[in-house]
Ligand binder design. Structure first.
Ligand SMILES: N[C@@H](CCC(=O)N[C@@H](CS)C(=O)NCC(=O)O)C(=O)O
Length: 349
């Protein structure tokens, strides 16, 4: 009887251990999920988290079409997968919600002027794929205040949005320079800009790219100046979930294909000629040599699809935020490394 009781207890313990292991494996399996590409193909669309209203980077027109630099990154991923840049569902996200929306699979890519930082990767279990836009935090103020430098902003009322790196850098900058400021915090960008435009704060701070964009929509854009000082590094990058490696590869190499295409002079205008090129690096890019696309889980012509439908990095930059756009932001750091900037893609080989 005692023997039976002991073996029963041992059996029970073993059973419980096996059950615990199965539950743990389930949790781990969830955590190590790598089925994003399969799910994307099944639903026939990429789920892309974007800024709700950031003209130049992401905005929706009256007929419901999304355009912008961040929008084009998701369109490029859709072009690589589906040969159709329209197969994207755009989901507008606030600064405060964006990282959790990616974590809980509301979106599969976050392409929303989001700064790559260490704690965002470690704290939210996320991966930033590749820097699409090197930005930095700046300040806008009214011209009639005759301020030339950020170091003259002590004592100002400063409008800033919560849930951003902006708010943290602002505090660092004033602390490091022994200056005080009156922080006016907002959860919504639109309310923050309205407060600035109505004179409820003296200064508004955010990434330089956003200052250019927001200034266009102020009541009197020309009465406002964007100071030259850049107080932080804001490497903006599309984000995916950690341990979603196959998906991460696709997003990362989509960006790198666009950069390599610009470097090699391959654009949406000459993609058909590029497909006939005998230059080895062009052949690897457009898929007439090697099996780079297949190794990503896509087709041979994955990069040619991106370039044909969306364009190379320079084309995307120019039409959305650069010389061909209302924002007209100089390329600056976002020039290719070969022309004086720091945009540098690893080679396709
Ligand atoms: N790059 C910074 C700032 C990005 C950011 O979210 N900026 C605000 C500043 S205005 C914004 O885009 N707000 C728009 C919104 O929440 O709808 C970050 O990643 O924290």
């Amino acid at each position: 009887m005692a023997l039976f009781a002991r073996s029963f207890r041992t059996g029970l313990t073993l059973g419980l251990l096996v059950a615990a292991a199965v539950v743990a494996a389930g949790v781990i399996y969830e955590k190590y999920d790598t089925r994003t590409l399969k799910r994307t193909i099944r639903r026939d669309a990429v789920l892309c988290g974007v800024n709700a209203n950031f003209p130049g980077f992401a905005s929706k027109d009256a007929s419901g079409n999304w355009t912008g630099f961040d929008v084009d990154i998701c369109r490029a991923v859709a072009a690589a997968i589906f040969n159709d840049p329209k197969k994207v569902t755009f989901i507008p996200l606030d600064a405060n919600d964006r990282l959790t929306a990616l974590q809980n699979r509301t979106v599969d890519i976050l392409s929303r002027n989001t700064t790559w930082s260490m704690s965002r990767e470690t704290g939210y279990d996320l991966n930033f794929a590749a820097v699409t836009y090197y930005d930095g935090e700046g300040f806008m103020t009214r011209k009639d205040r005759s301020v030339d430098s950020a170091l003259e902003l002590g004592g100002s009322r400063i409008c800033v949005q919560t849930g951003t790196t902006t708010q943290l850098n602002l505090s660092d900058f004033f602390r490091a320079n022994n200056m005080t400021y009156d922080e006016m915090k907002f959860d919504k960008a639109a309310e923050m800009i309205k407060a600035y435009d109505e004179g409820r704060c003296d200064v508004v701070t955010t990434d330089m790219s956003q200052l250019y964009s927001y200034r266009l929509n102020l009541a009197k854009p020309d009465n406002n100046v964007i100071l030259a000082d850049v107080i932080s590094k804001e490497p903006l990058a599309p984000v995916v979930r950690l341990r979603d490696d196959d998906w991460m590869m696709i997003v990362k190499w989509t960006v790198y294909a666009m950069l390599n295409a610009e470097e090699l002079g391959v654009s949406s205008q000459n993609i058909d000629e590029a497909l006939k090129s005998k230059k080895p690096d062009v052949m690897r890019l457009v898929g007439t040599e090697g099996a780079y696309g297949e190794e990503l889980g896509l087709t041979k012509d994955w990069a040619a699809r991106i370039i044909r439908h969306v364009g190379n990095y320079g084309e995307v930059y120019d039409r959305n935020v650069g010389s061909g756009s209302k924002l007209a932001i100089p390329r600056g750091l976002n020039q290719l490394w070969s022309t004086g900037g720091i945009q540098y893609a690893p080679p396709i080989r």
